[in-house]
Design a protein around this ligand. Sequence first.
Ligand code: BDP
Length: 608
Amino acid sequence: MSVFMYPLDNEKRRVISLDGIWKFKFDTQGVGRNENWKDGLTDTIEMVVPSSYNDIFTEAAKRDFCGDVWYQTDFYIPSEFEALDTLIRFGSATHRATVFVNGVELVSHEGGFTPFGGNLNDVAKFGQKNTVVVVVNNELSKVTIPVGSVKTHDNGVKECTPAFDFFNYAGIHSSVRLVAVPKTRVNDITVVTGFEGTTGTVEYTIESALNAGQEIRVSLLNAEGEVVATADGQQGSLTVENVILWQPRKGYLYDLVATIVEGEELVDIYTLPVGVRTVKVEGTKFLINNEPFYFKGFGHHIDAHTIGRGHSDIMNLRDLECLDWIHANSLRTSHYPYPEEFMQLADRRGLVIIDEVSHVGAWNMTDVSQAGMGGSNAVPVKHFDREDVQTEGMVNHKDAITKLIARDKNHPCVVMWSLSNEPDSSQESSEAYFKEIFAFARDGLDAQDRPMTMVNFMLAAYGNCKASQFADVVCLNRYYGWYVTNGADLPNAGDQFAKELAGWATEGKPVIITEFGADTVSGFHALPSTMFTEEYYNEYLDQNFAAFDSCDAVVGEHCWNMHDFNTGQGIIRVNGNKKGAFTRDRQPKMAAHHLRARWGVVKDFNQK
Ligand code: BDP
């Protein structure tokens, strides 16, 4: 089964959760791989799966640990599973992992945000106790996705130096499950939806190796569970009369039920939620269901006190409630694929998603970092001039894109792929790099052919960006009134921003402001305002709103960030990044009320 298919428990499939408390061990000396810790860990402590391990402890050395950590638990596979294929499936482990079952290596995976797993049939004992050991590593390099580096201190302790500001949380971040599926099964499904007037279509392709006498039957059920269309075969088209479209904030979903039958006998069944909608860029408009859509919302982080980047349905739901309250209609999964369960909620709620691959921080690996986050990561060779970046880095980047699209291709909430956040696209050598990345991503990975973008960094301002020419939509992270024209010059920030936007508008593409925000410590007040106060954030927002409204090509505004989030330590981070409209515990700052007042008026469609 494609590991990207979300695990389902149904008539023919079984899911057993392995979440909970696992045994855990820091490999402080880096000896575990040679000393065969894969056969079983000794002297362990406890760890929660899923979670980041970093903020569970009280010691800095554990929070900031760089290297291998080891996990172990026992599990049983019921004997009746012998007739099935049983996978052990990890939703994600950051940034890479190797899984051993009963001492045998089962699977290794690179990339911290996408699922992986391996078939247990040959290595596991049915009806008996099995042991799984997992080694997870959080190190970063110039060719990993995301990028970063590792320093080794004089005492031999390694330090991860990410090239991005969000905290480099690590661990088993999503659920671990045993997934038992029939030997003949639906391996994968791909859907493409459309509509003409009131008639909707769902084209589907099902990957499956059928035996003689077996056939595929597909039906589409509406939200009431009534069959509205049927089809047979591995590929086909379902027609839905009086279709109810998936709309922003009204996430109507049908269920596509794919079955394999042999005569009257059911062999396998898989149910995929499907939203019927179209997405298209036309001139400077971003069309959802042929209507010009206006993005209102945030760049976000999966980030919470104590659980770090671990998946939490509680935090996801709270975030969605806050987004509804503030009248947001969209979100960017900055700066990595989000938990599958988050994407499912977004489908159901009608939250529009710009889905981002974890290529972030590539600007910060060059000498330009002196101008940015403290300058501590500077290396003399510019990122895209490095041969290893153009070769190995490119391979890893493509791999991350492939996995993101394979996992999220059927989600109606996803309307655009973001292939990178803030690379230094002012470099000549970034042009060839992104030409190849965009060509690769557009070459059949997404049957829905969604728009593709990359998120532009302010040092590659209008006229200076070598990569945005390949994007369908210009996405800009801009900090006029914060990093550029700061406090003293705030009254001019809007005009300066508007000037740059007028330049971008001549490209004839839609423009989305994917980041704008000012660090604000909740509860800081000043009259007249000063930077970091709540008053300043509101004035900063007004300057930005004026710039957006001055430019017809602007079709969206995503404030950075939805909430305060944890970062590495640095001289421009006050116990984390404080640009949240909400605090880290998801309570509104004054800025949230200000955004809410505007977004309650700005329409989802036909704004400009
Ligand atoms: C941008 C990055 C984002 C940072 C933000 C900031 O895309 O990840 O958190 O700036 O500095 O450079 O707040």
